[in-house]
Ligand binder design. Structure first.
Ligand code: KIV
Length: 310
């Protein structure tokens, strides 16, 4: 008889818990950091899922990172919906938030609700995000009342960067810091389930955190927030060029992609690719039969001289 130890079968892998608004609130209460990242298509969403992030944002940063616009302003609702739908199909666990693009929610509550509903119905988003306090807080209230969860966004709000003096940190004087704080509190009062703080001094975050009951997700807002968000292309180093101070690069995917495409080009040009293993085979008798069926190509093809089998 064998004395080999009996190996009991591995327990079934535990499926991660679907991220809900209440789970985010729970994480805040427990002091467990919330991880959010942007994604704009099916493969990037699958990567975010596999990495186990909590929240995926189809940010309007897609305008610049994947659509090549000079700012986030030009991206349309239809473009965002196409990207958000692709991301949805790559996700099961994280909460999916779609960014309402500039001009798609500011005009009226009706416009804001109609656009938010499209993100839920057409792209399968769990929630939407909008920028700024003031009238945006009213729009947020209307969207929440219509049954769509809203994430707010204060500090540097790229959709209105021109009015803010460019892509620069916000709230660096006491008065401007108070403006940011008031925007955040207005969005909280309007029923937002979470708020993004972008490019504000850490001391401002520290000062306002005790007043915020909803999770705060920071990007360039210091360590005191309940979670952090970074743009997929920034953190993975997918593009060249200037990155904001708050970006930390965790990979250089652009370099790896260029190396891959260059190696492929070199192989094609040197006829090293494809090799036998990349092709399909045909049984020898089928090849023979094909030769028979082809007959004499010169006669049958009106005198054109070619031979498919070489
Ligand atoms: O559009 C975006 O990617 C964002 C994040 C930076 C929060 O709004």
């Amino acid at each position: 008889m064998s004395s080999a130890p009996r190996i009991s079968p591995a327990p079934p892998a535990k499926r991660p818990r679907k991220v809900t608004l209440s789970l985010l609130q729970e994480k805040k209460a427990l002091g467990e950091p919330i991880v959010m990242v942007t994604a704009y298509d099916h493969p990037s969403a699958q990567v975010a899922e596999a990495a186990g992030v909590d929240v995926v944002l189809v940010g309007d940063s897609a305008a610049m990172t994947v659509l090549g616009y000079p700012s986030t302003v030009p991206v349309s609702v239809d473009e965002m919906l196409m990207l958000a739908g692709a991301a949805r199909r790559g996700l099961e666990t994280p909460l999916l938030v779609g960014d309402l693009p500039f001009g798609s929610y500011e005009v009226s509550d009706e416009q804001a609700v109609a656009t938010a509903q499209r993100f839920v119905k057409e792209a399968g988003c769990d929630a939407v995000k909008l920028e700024r306090g003031g009238a945006s807080a009213d729009r947020a209230r209307a969207i929440v009342a219509a049954g769509v969860p809203v994430m707010g966004h204060v500090g540097l709000t790229p959709q209105t960067a021109t009015a803010l003096g460019g892509y620069r940190s916000q709230g660096r004087t006491a008065e401007r810091a108070l403006d940011v704080a008031e925007d955040a509190l207005a969005l909280q009062d309007a029923g937002c389930f979470a708020i993004v703080f972008e490019a504000v001094p850490s001391a401002l975050t520290d000062a306002i955190m005790p007043r915020l009951e909803v999770p705060v997700i920071g990007i360039g807002a210091g360590p005191a927030t309940d979670g952090q968000v970074l743009v997929f292309h920034d953190l993975l180093g997918i593009y060249d060029g200037h990155a904001a101070r708050f970006v930390k690069r965790y990979a250089n995917v652009r370099r790896a992609m260029i190396e891959g495409i260059t190696a492929y080009s070199d192989d094609v040009r040197a006829r090293r690719y494809p090799e036998a293993e990349h092709g399909y085979t045909m049984a020898p008798d089928e090849i023979e039969r094909l030769r028979g069926l082809l007959g004499n190509p010169r006669a049958e093809r009106g005198g054109v001289d070619f031979d498919l089998m070489g």
